[in-house]
Design a protein around this ligand. Structure first.
Ligand SMILES: Nc1nc2c(ncn2[C@@H]2O[C@H](COP(=O)(O)OP(=O)(O)OP(=O)(O)O)[C@@H](O)[C@H]2O)c(=O)[nH]1
Ligand SMILES: [Mg+2]
Length: 286
């Protein structure tokens, strides 16, 4: 699978982020709790430099809770302020805001010493496409001000929004990096929904997903698709056909509609119907 792309709007977003960064007290970096390493954009790290930062592992409801805990300990041991978050339900937002205020306190104290009193904390939310940046803003505002959607590339411009008296937030468009050398990382970004579905090879992505499911989560496969045979087929193409047949994805004439079967598996995976998944191991990148 080869994903070589960097659409013009992402280059533009990156420029905007760089320009706005001088106004920012704290960066909120959203990572996908299912892939805490693979969703970390190296360009973002470079842009942020030494700015105070809070890392939020979002979509924690879709990740394996114990492993999210391991990841948080791992990041904290590296000196990073890290919290777990579910921006869809709002779970974890209070802790996030309190950490953001904590990270900004030095800067605010300096401003106060200079006579600038009561200035709100300015935070920028950064992360890959579809990770939940706009959802977080909406949760914090308590309204659906920022446009969200279950696909990457929803937010295009940047927008300042005020949360209460003490916090101003900047929503940003999701950015990926131009060259994806690691194909396993590309797979994880595709399967979790950070890359538009029409620009990666879905056939390969689903076969890789089935491989992982078969190896480590075969019980969930059996349960979800009512696969009763003692042994699941080892061949992932056969497994796909079997799931397709079970789900009634048939073309006229009786052949399995593989495209339809792939969509079902992908939707089940992304929505949590196949259970919670953490695809990155916390000993990665050490
Ligand atoms: N299950 C779950 N879904 C979430 C969570 N946060 C966001 N989502 C969903 O993920 C999708 C993307 O959310 P957005 O807030 O639009 O993501 P974004 O980062 O702003 O995306 P772009 O603007 O495209 O970069 C939406 O369907 C949200 O409902 C979460 O914590 N858990
Ligand atoms: Mg958005």
């Amino acid at each position: 699978m080869h994903i070589h792309w960097f659409p013009g709007h992402m280059a533009k977003a990156q420029r905007m982020i760089r320009e706005q960064l001088s106004l920012i007290d704290v960066v909120i970096e959203l990572l996908d709790a299912r892939i805490p390493v693979s969703s970390a954009n190296p360009i973002i790290a470079e842009l942020i430099g030494s700015k105070p930062r809070v890392v939020a592992l979002n979509k924690a409801d879709l990740a394996e809770a114990g492993r999210t805990g391991e990841w948080i300990r791992h990041f904290r041991s590296q000196g990073l302020t890290t919290v777990s978050l579910d921006a869809a339900s709002g779970k974890g937002t209070k802790e996030l805001v309190s950490k953001v205020e904590q990270e900004a306190s030095e800067k605010i104290a300096k401003l106060t010493a200079k006579g600038i009193k009561g200035r709100a904390v300015r935070a920028m939310i950064l992360g890959i496409p579809n990770v939940g940046k706009s959802s977080l803003i909406n949760r914090l505002l308590g309204t659906a001000t920022a446009k969200t959607g279950d696909r990457p590339g929803v937010t295009r411009g940047q927008q300042w929004l005020k949360v209460g008296k003490n916090l101003e937030l900047l929503d940003t468009p999701g950015v990926l990096w131009p060259k994806m050398d690691d194909q396993e990382v590309a797979f994880k970004l595709a399967v979790t929904g950070a890359i538009k579905d029409d620009i990666y090879d879905m056939e390969k992505v689903i076969l890789r997903l089935l491989e992982i499911l078969q190896e480590n989560y075969s019980e969930r496969l059996r349960e979800r698709y009512k696969l009763l045979q003692a042994e699941l087929p080892e061949d992932t193409a056969e497994l796909l056909a079997l799931i397709g047949a079970k789900r009634g994805c048939l073309r006229s004439g009786g052949a399995v509609d593989e495209e339809k079967a792939r969509r079902i598996i992908l939707t089940d995976f992304r929505s949590g119907k196949l259970g919670q998944f953490t695809l990155d191991n916390s000993n990665m990148g050490e």
